[in-house]
Design a protein around this ligand. Structure first.
Ligand code: ASP
Ligand code: MG
Length: 408
């Protein structure tokens, strides 16, 4: 007997018919004698609809009330799915996050899971029931409803799988796995059989929206076997796992990109100790996340300092930087919010030299100017003008033979 956690995303439970189809699928697993916990998202569009209503009440709704509202979407799906299962003669029981109890911290709209009490779930499973849990939500120590951030049902699924020591956690979604890049940009993109946690983490944080980043962190930390599959087509999906079991030996596993970046530069900054911190601390104080950072070598005692932020924070960050500029006696602030970041990701680059030069040569051949570069052990990112996004992604996809399986 195996224990599974199946998580179904919003499109997979988007209509009454689809919820009934999910019930059929789940019943089949339970009928084989395996134990199954199902985590569901809200029906597609529902969370947005709820947020929209909140905004019509108050420009900046209070986090506690917002969570009370947006957690309802998932509660609806759990009850409907349980009914559909019962109708098929499959005993089922629905739970909100609070009922389970999925204990979180009190940071409304982006709470983190602290502890899961799995006793009620285990008892139900032992009694032969399918347990249906609302994704995306928990409860804090004071009994307030919390939510885990957009896409948070993935994290609920993985966290439950970790708590129950499930054999596998399946994330059912509207794509049939993790791709070498976004197929809307490069139709030759290919589904990966496997990808490592580390690579998936990079892909997710670099803009691939298949899984919530936290769910991947969680899965890596607790060694949850995680599989991304389509709820509409048959197939193995993509297994996210540890490196040693990897069969594919490609240098690069995927190309991720992020359109949400903006670039800020402060020029003529006096080159002396403490300057980087003077520039970045006030930005961090405003909770603005900084991504890539570059400081040039100094000429005549001054230097230029460039970094990127999320496009939503561009105006605010620029204003802060202008104040710092005056304070430091720097020259000027320049900004560009029409840039994108493109990254190649792969554990294979650890053991292979020359990946960066292939990347840069490929972009040069297309006449694409690289504005910034940053690297990690398993990733190389460049910032380029947004108008080159498609061209760059396709050229890199071809250069690293990503359309062909099992290259080494
Ligand atoms: N319904 C929530 C959202 O749309 C959580 C989820 O679906 O994972 O973000
Ligand atoms: Mg999702």
């Amino acid at each position: 007997m195996a224990v599974y956690v199946y998580k179904f995303g919003g499109t997979s439970v988007g209509t009454i018919e689809r919820i009934k189809a999910v019930a059929q699928k789940v019943k089949k697993v339970r009928d084989t004698g395996d134990q199954i916990v199902v985590v569901v998202s809200a029906m597609s569009g529902e969370t947005n609809r709820l947020i929209d209503m909140a905004k019509q009440m108050q420009a900046q709704p209070n986090g506690r009330e917002l969570d009370a509202l947006i957690s309802t979407g998932e509660q609806v799906t759990t009850a409907l799915l349980s009914m559909a299962l019962e109708d098929l003669g499959c005993p089922a029981c629905s739970y909100t996050g609070g009922q389970v109890k999925i204990l979180t911290d009190s940071i409304h709209t982006k709470a983190r899971i602290r502890k899961i009490d799995d006793s009620r779930i285990r008892a139900d499973l032992e009694a032969g029931k399918v347990v249906v849990v609302a994704g995306f939500q928990g409860i804090d120590e004071d009994g307030n409803i919390t939510t885990l951030g957009r896409g948070g049902s993935d994290t609920t699924g993985v966290a439950l799988a970790a708590a129950l020591k499930a054999d596998e956690c399946h994330i059912y979604t509207d794509v049939d796995g993790v791709y070498t890049t976004d197929p809307r940009i490069e139709p030759k993109a290919r589904r990966l059989e496997q990808i490592t946690f580390e690579e998936m983490l990079e892909m997710a944080s670099l803009g691939s929206k298949v899984l919530q980043i936290r769910s991947v962190e969680f899965a890596g930390k607790y060694n949850v076997k995680l599989r991304v599959l389509s709820s509409f087509t048959e197939g193995n999906g993509t297994l996210i796992t540890y490196e040693d079991t990897q069969v594919e030996s490609a240098l690069i596993s995927g190309i991720a990109f992020n359109r949400d970046e903006a670039k800020l530069t402060i020029t003529g900054v006096p080159d002396m100790p403490g300057v980087a911190s003077k520039i970045l601390a006030p930005i961090a104080d405003e909770n603005i996340e900084i991504d890539m950072i570059i400081q040039n070598i100094s000429a005549n005692g001054t230097t230029d300092f460039t970094f990127t932020v999320h496009r939503n924070d561009y105006v605010k960050a620029k204003k802060i930087l202008e104040d710092i500029c005056t304070e430091l006696g720097a020259k000027q602030v320049l900004g560009d919010n029409s840039i994108v970041k493109i990254s190649i990701v792969g554990v294979g680059m650890r053991s292979h030299a020359g990946i960066a030069s292939t990347m840069f040569k490929t972009l040069a051949a297309e006449n694409i100017n690289i504005q910034m570069i940053s690297t990690s052990e398993i990733k190389i990112s460049v910032v380029v003008d947004e108008k080159y996004l498609e061209l760059a992604v396709r050229a890199l996809h071809a250069a690293f033979d990503l359309d062909k399986a099992n290259v080494s």
